[in-house]
Design a protein around this ligand. Structure first.
Ligand code: IPD
Ligand code: CA
Ligand code: CA
Length: 303
């Protein structure tokens, strides 16, 4: 089963197109991006993380989520470095103002980076080593290339549209676990913004073996891509939470959908509720189980 939508199947931009845009071969771009992101993590993120939870400079955003000085410094450093390499490609970063978001999102029609400077800020600020930087290149409203870097494990996930997903240079291939049956799967579930009825059913009577909730959505997508857990559910993700990770999962052979049955990526600042799985059969079982719960009013068909 090929889980890509019809439009995703028709959308593969050639290597040449993206190589021309970046003015370098894709393999070189991967090395350059990895160096840019991992150097920023070494210089900014990891020293601040080592300060431990009590010395972090933490404040609350309008939506009450946390932001630290490191989020802002990472965004500034990465924006400056990316635009020094590629002055014509603007950066849409999570910590920009909403006015900046509204302005830069229009560039996704041509080309723009989508950046989450620290995904998993709650973990970062609390001293929990599960966070990452997430970077996606969007060209003509499609994610064509992405990098998610986990500085704690020195793991870099990379994908280029149509060319597979890689972890530290090694191609990611889905592992078959227990015949890919949902009732043996480990699930990554973020309960925070799920509808109450769905959260209750999953807590009381889940269809899978066990579940985890780690707290960094971009990394969650990659851990599913690496078959560390098999199925995924998140009630509300922003563009910078899913753009890079979703391509990595798709290129690793996984499947995903929004709750309304559409492709996850949208050129939009509206939150998306998503499901995914590394294996197409397991994805189908997961989707069918959710659809079978009529009380949830979900319609998780891929169009
Ligand atoms: C958050 C994390 C978290 C998810 C939230 C995101 P941030 O991103 O990915 O796992 O549940 O929805 O906002 O704020 O740490 O970049
Ligand atoms: Ca995030
Ligand atoms: Ca963030």
């Amino acid at each position: 089963m090929d889980c890509r939508t019809e439009s995703q199947r028709n959308e593969v931009l050639t290597h040449d197109h993206v190589e021309q845009l970046l003015n370098m071969p894709i393999g070189t771009a991967w090395q350059v991006l990895r160096d840019i992101v991992s150097q920023a993590a070494q210089d900014i993120m990891l020293p601040k993380f080592a300060l431990n939870a009590y010395q972090q400079e933490v404040s609350h955003k309008e939506d009450d989520s946390l932001v630290t000085l490191a989020d802002k410094q990472m965004q500034q450093r990465l924006t400056e470095t990316l635009t020094s390499y590629w002055p014509d490609i603007p950066v849409l970063g999570e910590e920009q103002t909403s006015q900046q978001h509204a302005s830069v999102i229009t560039y996704l029609d041509s080309a723009a980076w989508v950046l989450d400077p620290i995904d998993g800020t709650g973990n970062f600020a609390a001293g929990i080593p599960y966070f990452c930087t997430s970077l996606a290149l969007v060209v003509e409203s499609k994610v064509v290339l992405s990098l998610v870097h986990d500085p704690n494990r020195d793991e870099s996930f990379f994908a280029f549209q149509g060319s597979g997903a890689h972890l530290n240079g090694q191609i990611l291939r889905p592992r078959v676990m227990f015949n890919n049956s949902l009732n043996h799967a480990s699930a990554l579930i973020d309960f925070k913004r799920l509808p109450n009825n769905l959260a209750s059913i999953l807590a009381i009577d889940p269809p899978y073996r066990s579940q985890r909730s780690f707290g960094a959505s971009a990394l969650d997508w990659c851990w599913i891509a690496a078959s560390r857990c098999q199925v995924y559910l998140h009630g509300s993700q922003m563009l910078w939470d899913y753009a890079a990770g979703e391509l990595i999962l798709r290129e690793a052979g996984g499947c995903s959908s929004s709750f309304d049955g559409k492709a996850v990526f949208e050129k939009s600042l509206a939150p998306r509720s998503v499901i995914a799985a590394i294996d197409p059969d397991c994805y189908r079982q997961w989707r069918d189980w959710l659809n079978g719960r009529g009380d949830l009013r979900l319609k998780l068909e891929i169009d």
